[in-house]
Design a protein around this ligand. Structure first.
Ligand code: HEM
Length: 186
């Protein structure tokens, strides 16, 4: 996992909790680097799970909730750091159509050793979108948070239904995104 992701996680923990919390979870984890991540460096993704697990123990917030919160936060940060991939998209669904075949492809050009998931995207006749997430890293909660962050960024009310599918080597999850119709009560 790229150092930029770790750095954003540590910054979020400092802002949402405290610097003391950052120090505590770093000290409790077995890390290659003592938490000194560089943006372009690559580190075992298990270190992220370890940091999140210690944060969960200390805050009593379940790990999946923390991963989702981090995904939402990271999308907002990507909209600043990697604005060019986001600002020109007209909608959340337009961006998600470009995710697998363009955005993450460009990410791999930027960071040649990036470990990226696959997102198969199928548009349904009713206007909803099915995204099939597959990754060796079991980060479906993080993926859901990124999707929630994307929807919040474009400010489009949308429901996300999630179905975890059997997979023994990581994550295999089906997300269905459906626009929530505006109800006119007038
Ligand atoms: C809603 C949109 C997006 C979703 C759902 C998504 C999903 C993910 C997930 C789940 C991962 C973790 C790796 C894994 O699961 O195997 C990841 C990694 C990453 N994504 Fe995306 N992503 C989105 C948009 C973006 C955008 C806009 C950028 C910026 C250009 C981006 C850049 C990256 C980077 C740099 C990584 C880290 C790769 C690594 O650590 O090696 N993603 N993405």
């Amino acid at each position: 996992m790229k150092g930029i992701v770790f750095r954003e996680f540590i910054a979020m923990v400092e802002t949402q909790f405290s610097l003391e919390m950052v120090d505590a979870i770093i000290t409790e984890s077995t890390l290659q680097t003592d938490g000194a991540y560089t943006s372009v460096g690559t580190y075992p993704y298990e270190e992220m799970l370890e940091l999140v697990s210690h944060l969960s123990t200390r805050t009593a917030i379940p790990v999946p909730d923390l991963l989702r919160a981090f995904g939402r936060h990271l999308f907002q940060r990507f909209s600043v750091i990697h604005a060019s991939y986001i600002v020109n998209q007209s909608s959340a669904l337009a961006l998600l159509r470009m995710l697998d075949g363009h955005i993450h492809v460009e990410v791999r050009k930027l960071y040649s050793d990036a470990e990226l998931p696959s997102f198969n995207c199928e548009e349904q006749a009713d206007g909803s979108m099915v995204l099939i997430y597959r990754s060796k890293r079991a980060l479906a909660d993080f993926a859901q948070g990124l999707l929630e962050g994307c929807i919040a960024y474009f400010n489009e009310p949308m429901q996300i239904a999630r179905q975890d599918l059997p997979d023994h080597t990581g994550s295999h999850t089906r997300f269905t995104l459906t626009k929530i119709a505006h109800v006119n009560l007038a």
